[in-house]
Every structure is written in C-alpha cells, then in structure tokens.
Design a protein around this ligand. Sequence first.
Ligand code: IMP
Ligand code: MG
Length: 172
Amino acid sequence: MQPKVLIERQELENTVRRLAAQINKDYREKKPVLIAVLKGAFIFLADLVRHLDLKLEVEFVCLSSYGQSRESKGEVKLVQGLCSNIRNRDVIIIEDIIDTGITTDFLLNYLNQQEPSSIRICVLISKPSRRKVPIIINYLGFEVADRFIVGYGLDWDENFRHLPELYSIEDE
Ligand code: IMP
Ligand code: MG
C-alpha cells in the first residue's frame, strides 16, 4: 500500500490562501473564534491562520471516530472539549476532512449547545459521495472522490500525518 501524491504543495498553498482571503473578507469587522478539530486539522490551521489578517482566537477540540479502521464506526467521542466560553461569539470550525459528516454533525450539536452567535465551517477536503448527514460547508478547499487521504495532518491509524502534501492510499 503506497501513498500516491494527490495534491501538491503549490496547489495546497494556493487553496489555503484562497480560503484565508474569503475569511478575511467575511470577518473584517469581527473577532472570530477558530475551533480546530484535533488531530487532523493541526497543519491546515497553522497554515491558514498565518494568512488571516484579522483579530481572532484559536481553540481546539479533540474528537475521535475511527480507531484503527478506515471506516467511521458512526460513533463519535469528545476526547477534549473547549476550554473557553463561546457564547455570543462567531465561530469558525476548522476541519481536515468531511467524509460521512457524522463527526461534524456531532460537533455542531456540541457547539450549538453553548449558544454562539454564528457557526461556519471551513474544511480542507470534502468527500461528497460518502455523505450520510448533510453538512453545509462555507469554506471548502477540495472535493475528492471516495479515496482514503493522508498527509498534511491526516492520518491512517496515526501514520503519515507529517507528510507535507496530500496523498491517496490505494489498495493494490
Ligand atoms: P466523518 O465523521 O465520516 O465525516 O469523518 C470525519 C473524520 O474521519 C475526519 O475528521 C478524519 O479524522 C477521518 N477521516 C475521514 N476520511 C478520511 C480520510 O480519507 N483520511 C483520513 N482521515 C479521514
Ligand atoms: Mg483521523
């Protein structure tokens, strides 16, 4: 099983800049809280925030859904919740990938209970053909077919997160 480059560094960088430009425009007068979902979003977040020309705060939540499998078990666990109060704040969720949508749906429920004034979703990769729960994505990097993606923060059983580009894993 060999990871194959799917999206190269330059294209990743252009896409992160495009998303940052959209967020800069939409949140000019605001001070959003960016909530990144660990672990997968750590590289995307780090690159994105360095192109944001805004007042902002960064928070993390840690969710787990997969274990060692490549299929979501449809069971999401909140491993680490928020450390700060988001009531009446403008929240932007920063996600690595939306596959079935189950994880993001769980996160939206968790965050909505805390009564933020708005929530938008910024995600690097979406696999629309796999969706089980509809999710409205406000800022989208790439749409990909039904393949397993690693690198740039995304793992397969905790491997490959450190790879600088996005790769797809194909069964041989
Ligand atoms: P969902 O709940 O099925 O949408 O899955 C969301 C989570 O599963 C993501 O936050 C990732 O951690 C993981 N995931 C889904 N698809 C992939 C993939 O292709 N590569 C790596 N992780 C994935
Ligand atoms: Mg994962």
